[in-house]
Design a protein around this ligand. Structure first.
Ligand code: PFF
Length: 448
């Protein structure tokens, strides 16, 4: 008997837990910074509404209809499309290998904050903490291991007692603390510059690369394209209103991304850092914000706990993609499936951490293994998976069957005609156009 979520709220929190993660707190602010600010934010919001919400609906509908893992979902409808499900499972290994590396960094930062060594406004000292971590293979491996173990322990406990239970309390606390930190950041002198940067668009900054980055960021942030939402949808009972969930999850996720932007970017300006700093942005600037507030160390500790929570509620959804494949298709027990999948991710993930440290330069073309995983996850894998999903639902499953599934919980899907046109024509064409740019950029980075 397949386990179900205990309630709609349980599902929404778990799915929002999957969506809200390092993509919001760490990646979104620095990606905004590297792509010119306000115009990127505006494009991002547009994409969430036009592509993100319709595809969220597509994914959870596919999951609930088939009640199977991503692999089984495609296979059960048309065997020839099994490869898309297989792609999802393979992606989950690569993305989690990358994600757990950064998850490890957040654990290390939590420890540093706990020992009182993090909170300072001295930007050189902050840069040194980050650099020291990056050049310490021992620390990188140790913290990544802990992160993966925590992920595995939750997934071992199953849907209700594991994923739903932990997502519920971790997500609720995350919201409260993020708001407190944002208020502090916004009241710093000089923060207005940051707010302007986030919300006043300069369209001269928009290039095809910016569009590609916005789309990649959106799929990553909404956990769409490799099967997390299909998998979570497969644990939904037939009573649940899918429309409501498909709108709520992206709205919550996007709100957290914007709040994280508001917590981090104004502080970057207030302390004279560069918003285009890149992946180290959250790790180098936020401690300076904490240093400027009363009880800063306490806030820093709490903040990093919450980043860890956000990261773990996402990583469990990635692991669940692979675990549910083994449970459904290979008839493995949940325990065995979790051990096997975590093992594979570990073997892929440790070299990624090491490739950063400079001691073991593992490169593929011109990219370190870590950068390769990062580029693949942010720009290629999820976008490709999402492209296949729209074609599949638009032309193989057919919108009318998906609509019947949505309406089976006695609701009327008023926007069904618009949604059908979107999944059949608009989204595949739009995603494909941007995807070509993604592949071009990716191969350029790899070989030039
Ligand atoms: N949405 C997560 C984040 O923003 O951190 C990352 C993620 C989770 C991506 C699950 C893909 C996925 F299937």
């Amino acid at each position: 008997m397949r386990e179900n979520w205990t309630s709609k709220a349980g599902f929404i929190l778990a799915a929002t837990g999957s969506a809200v993660g390092l993509g919001n707190l760490w990646k979104f602010p620095y990606t905004v910074g590297m792509n010119g600010g306000g115009a990127f934010v505006l494009i991002y919001l547009f994409l969430v509404f036009v592509i993100g919400i319709p595809l969220m609906l597509t994914a959870i509908t596919l999951g609930r209809k088939t009640q199977l893992s991503v692999y089984g979902a495609y296979k059960s409808i048309d065997r020839r499309w099994t490869f898309v499900g297989a792609l999802g499972v393979i992606c989950s290994f690569i993305v989690l290998a990358f994600y757990s590396t950064v998850g490890g960094w957040t654990l290390y930062y939590f420890k540093t904050a706990l020992f009182g060594d993090l909170v300072t406004t001295d930007s050189e000292a902050l840069q040194k903490i980050f650099h020291d971590l990056m050049t310490s293979p021992g620390n990188l491996i140790f913290y990544q291991t802990i992160f993966l173990l925590a992920t595995a322990l939750i997934v071992l406990k199953g849907i209700q007692q594991g994923i739903e239970k932990y997502s519920k309390w971790m997500m609720s606390s995350l919201f409260i603390l993020l708001l407190m930190i944002t208020v502090r950041s916004l009241t710093l002198p000089g923060s207005m510059e940051g707010i302007k940067y986030l919300f006043i668009p300069d369209f001269s900054m928009v290039t095809p690369t910016v569009l590609k980055n916005a789309l990649g960021q959106m799929f990553f942030s909404l956990s769409i394209g490799m099967g997390s939402m299909i998998t979570y949808g497969s644990y939904l009972s037939k009573k649940i209103n899918l429309l409501h969930s498909a709108v709520m999850i992206p709205i919550l996720d996007t709100s957290v991304a914007l709040i994280a932007g508001l917590a981090i970017i104004p502080a970057v300006f207030a302390f004279g850092f560069e918003p285009s700093e890149g992946p180290s942005l959250m790790f180098i600037t936020l401690p300076a914000v904490f240093a400027s507030m009363p009880m800063g160390t306490l806030f820093a500790i709490l903040f990093f706990i919450l980043v860890i929570f956000a990261a773990i509620t996402s990583s469990i959804s990635m692991l669940e993609i692979a675990v549910s494949y083994f449970v459904d298709e290979r008839k493995t027990s949940r325990n065995h499936a979790t051990i096997i999948t975590t093992g594979i991710i570990y073997v892929l993930g440790i070299p990624a951490s090491l490739s950063l440290s400079g001691y073991y330069p593992i490169n593929v073309g011109h990219l370190s293994l870590f950068d390769l995983y990062d580029q693949l996850s942010s720009n290629i894998l999820l976008t490709t998976g999402a492209f296949f999903m729209t074609i599949f639902v638009g032309w193989v499953l057919k919108p009318k069957n998906a609509i019947a599934e949505i309406e089976s919980s006695s609701i009327h899907f008023r926007l069904a005609p618009i949604w059908s046109v979107l999944v059949r024509y608009v989204l595949p064409i739009a995603i494909l156009t941007i995807l070509i740019e993604s592949y071009r950029n990716f191969f350029q980075a790899l070989f030039h």
